[in-house]
Design a binder for this molecule. Sequence first.
Ligand code: AR6
Length: 170
Amino acid sequence: MDKKRLELHRGDITGLKADAIVNAANTSLLGGGGVDGAIHRAAGPDLLAECRELNGCNTGEAKITKGYRLRARYVIHTVGPVWYGGYRNESEQLASCYSSSLRLAREYKLKSVAFPGISTGIYRFPKELAATIAVNETKRFLMKNSLPEKVIFVAFDDESYRIYSSLLKA
Ligand code: AR6
């Protein structure tokens, strides 16, 4: 796989001009805090109206909506696992968030997709392990698929930025 297909961006995901940005949602898909709240604020009320039609989403799965006022054309909503110490299949569920989101991106023929660190905020998933899963699962998918062409990991804080930098250099 061409390493140039993986990028790292520091800061707020809501301003990114990718074909899709991924939202770290909850099973209701009706909004919340963290990046979910920021995406809904930036996209405007039409996003919530479309989300209401989706009947929620299971942990580890993903659903897609339009991006409305965002620069991104689509939002892929995925529900990460709450971290309970690693005894409840959290790693497999987190990997499934990435593969499900990437499958949707492929289905919609999207060229670029940006991910925040799913589950690494309110859901307390350890950042280093989460980033390792994110990068490995994404590489695995890109090796087998030509779309999306590019995946952007968005690090909101310095610690996440350092973790992703070293993983992407390796
Ligand atoms: N841009 C990029 N990354 C961000 C932004 C932003 N604007 N804001 C926060 N992050 P979290 P979770 C990072 O808590 O852990 C919501 O209430 C943040 O630093 O948003 O999956 C949902 O409705 C962290 O690294 O999501 C769910 O109930 C990462 O995004 C619950 O939180 C994810 O943090 C989901 O929890």
